[in-house]
Design a protein around this ligand. Structure first.
Ligand SMILES: [Zn+2]
Length: 340
């Protein structure tokens, strides 16, 4: 089968469109014919080199496709069924896994991080990862859902305990995770302030439901938040940008506000005044992916049409380099999807 694989870490030029052996299906797995695989910033980090990644490697966390073959242990799925994949790998038998906290499993990893992912034509995965999708959801849309909607749901619902009437500042509202966060926060009855880097992205963030918009290249985020909230600040800051915005994010919080973060796209070192943390009684929360229960919960709202995946562009799998360039340059609004 064809795959995008790399044999050394580096820039987009290391991505090779080449023939690789087809996966051998085990009795306890399901073989998926990949129809769409969305990009995430993780793909860029893995391509540049992360600890534990074995070479050669195939990227890709967000997969939608058709069932090609079902392992003999299972009778509840059939060939041709349209599905998406839970974007994670876990042992499924440790204390955390059986308690439904798969993202705390010692063996937890994201699909396409420490194991080969979906930038290929065929992928064999455990049954637990395979989730049927309704006919109303196209493959590109379905591939745009799992990682970002799961991440945003776990951050806002699982970690920050979002409530109706709260105000949420969503950094980078044009990103995949940001566009998911705007919609989830609105579904919970929150007021949403979204930031983005250009007018086009701000307009799209507004169309997803954002109540207030900040151009983070032209305006000081915390100053604008002060104006919008009549000096109060926001209840929750949804962070994933990191170094470039962290100070502004902290300054945007109200007394006893919560900053929740899942990423550091612009750099991982940030400074903050410890006195502000305790005097303002702030909470800084980390968040990583989410649980299988949360994935099924957020998918209910996607399948019913309340939450809408945002597809930016699609590229043939063979043009993965151009897709990486687009993500790396921050040109996208929503998800970039590769089609094998
Ligand atoms: Zn486990």
């Amino acid at each position: 089968m064809k795959a995008i694989r790399f044999h050394e870490f580096g820039g987009p030029e290391v991505l090779k469109y080449e023939d690789v052996p087809e996966p051998k299906l085990r009795d306890d797995q399901v073989l998926i014919r990949v129809k769409g695989c969305a990009l995430n910033h993780l793909d860029l980090w893995v391509r540049k080199g992360l600890p534990g990644v074995k070479l050669p490697h195939i990227n890709g966390s967000d997969v939608a496709g058709e069932i090609e073959q079902v392992g003999s242990y299972f009778t509840d799925l059939k060939k041709g069924q349209r599905v998406l994949l839970a974007p994670m790998v876990f042992c499924n038998h440790c204390n955390e896994c059986v308690n439904g906290r798969q993202n705390m499993c010692r063996q937890f990893t994201v699909l396409g991080n420490l194991v080969d992912g979906g930038n290929c034509e065929l992928l064999a995965v455990p049954r637990v990862n395979v989730i049927p999708i309704p006919d109303s959801l196209g493959f590109n849309e379905a591939a745009s859902v799992p990682l970002v909607f799961l991440t945003a749901w776990h951050m806002l619902v699982g970690r920050a305990n979002i409530h109706p009437g709260q105000t949420v500042l969503v950094l980078g509202g044009g990103s995949g995770v940001g566009s998911a966060a705007i919609q989830i926060a609105k579904m919970f009855g929150a007021t949403v302030i979204a930031t983005a880097g250009d007018e086009n992205k701000l307009a799209k963030a507004k169309s997803l439901g954002a109540d207030h918009l900040i151009n983070h290249y032209q305006q000081k985020i915390a100053d604008q938040v002060r104006l919008i909230t009549a000096k109060a600040g926001v209840d929750i800051v949804f962070e994933h940008v990191g170094q470039a915005t962290f100070d502004e994010s902290v300054r945007s919080l109200k007394l006893s506000g919560t900053l929740v973060t899942c990423g550091a796209t612009t750099g991982s070192e940030a400074k903050f005044d410890i006195r502000v943390l305790f005097v303002k009684q702030l909470s800084f929360l980390g968040s990583y992916m989410g649980t299988m229960g949360e994935l099924h919960e957020v998918l209910k709202h996607v399948f019913s049409g309340k939450l809408k995946p945002v597809v930016d562009t699609t590229f043939p799998l063979s043009e993965a380099r151009a897709a990486h360039d687009r993500l790396e340059n921050g040109e996208q609004f929503g998800k970039i999807v590769l089609n094998p």
